[in-house]
Design a protein around this ligand. Structure first.
Ligand code: ATP
Length: 218
């Protein structure tokens, strides 16, 4: 029997702002897969995304504050420092080159997983990482056919499979559904509504102090 590899979870996102819908499912994946590390990788926001939004430095600051008390979490800013668009497939290849023989597990909410075939060189992702799909309330719909084919070939129902090999499997991990979105938080702030308990308190405080997303400046 193959010995388990050091297993690292990767959570990419715009984190505009980070919230419990990112953090709680990722924590449950950490436990189920016995992750040695959870790496949060803030993405550059493509210019066509609608405003209002926070700049990269602010989004990273919010992510840092969100996980400051979490010894397993690490914030990786590489996509923000790279010029031009950041493709996940390139980020994964860079991480693989750095980290060597580890298991890399890319964590995606179901909404994001459904869009996978639109990503650049998406089938190559499986050379460097596994994919762990978590439920997301409101995200439903049929799998695009090419994704269904990949799923049939790669699906595993045992987290241990992902710990024993570096890449290439797809696992659906049951998590507590958390119906929170960054869009919802931005909208609430624009309307002057409370966002308390949707995100860790240090995140809410920083948004208030910096007047982010229309939060009235303290
Ligand atoms: P926005 O509302 O601005 O589109 P978002 O809340 O969807 O943002 P992202 O930063 O785009 O957050 O998401 C990053 C990753 O986290 C994606 O894989 C997404 O599917 C997942 N995710 C975000 N919110 C949830 C949630 N509530 N439950 C499960 N997964 C989530």
């Amino acid at each position: 029997m193959t010995a388990p590899l050091r297993t690292i979870g990767l959570l990419g996102g715009t984190f505009d702002p980070i919230h419990y819908g990112h953090l709680r499912p990722a924590e449950e994946v950490r436990e189920a897969l016995q992750l040695a590390e959870l790496r949060l990788i803030p993405a550059r926001i493509p210019p066509h995304r609608p405003r209002p939004r926070a700049g990269p430095a602010q989004r990273v600051e919010l992510v840092r504050r969100a996980v400051a008390d979490n010894p397993s979490a690490r914030v990786d800013e590489r996509e923000l420092h790279r010029d031009g668009p950041s493709y996940t497939v390139d980020t994964l290849a860079a991480l693989r080159a750095e980290l060597g023989d580890v298991s890399l597990c890319l964590i995606l909410g179901y909404d994001t997983f459904l869009g996978l075939p639109t990503w650049s060189r998406w089938r190559r992702l499986f050379e460097d990482a596994h994919i762990v799909v978590t439920e997301r309330p409101g995200a439903a719909g049929p799998l695009p056919a090419p994704l269904g084919d990949e799923l049939e070939r790669r699906r595993s129902s045992d987290p241990a499979d992902l710990r024993r090999s570096p890449a290439g499997r797809i696992l659906f991990q049951a998590v507590t559904p958390v119906d929170i979105s960054a869009t919802g938080i931005r909208r609430a702030l624009a309307l002057g509504e409370s966002v308390r308990y949707l995100t860790p308190e240090p995140v809410r405080q920083h948004m208030a102090e910096a007047g982010l997303y229309g939060y009235p400046r303290l």
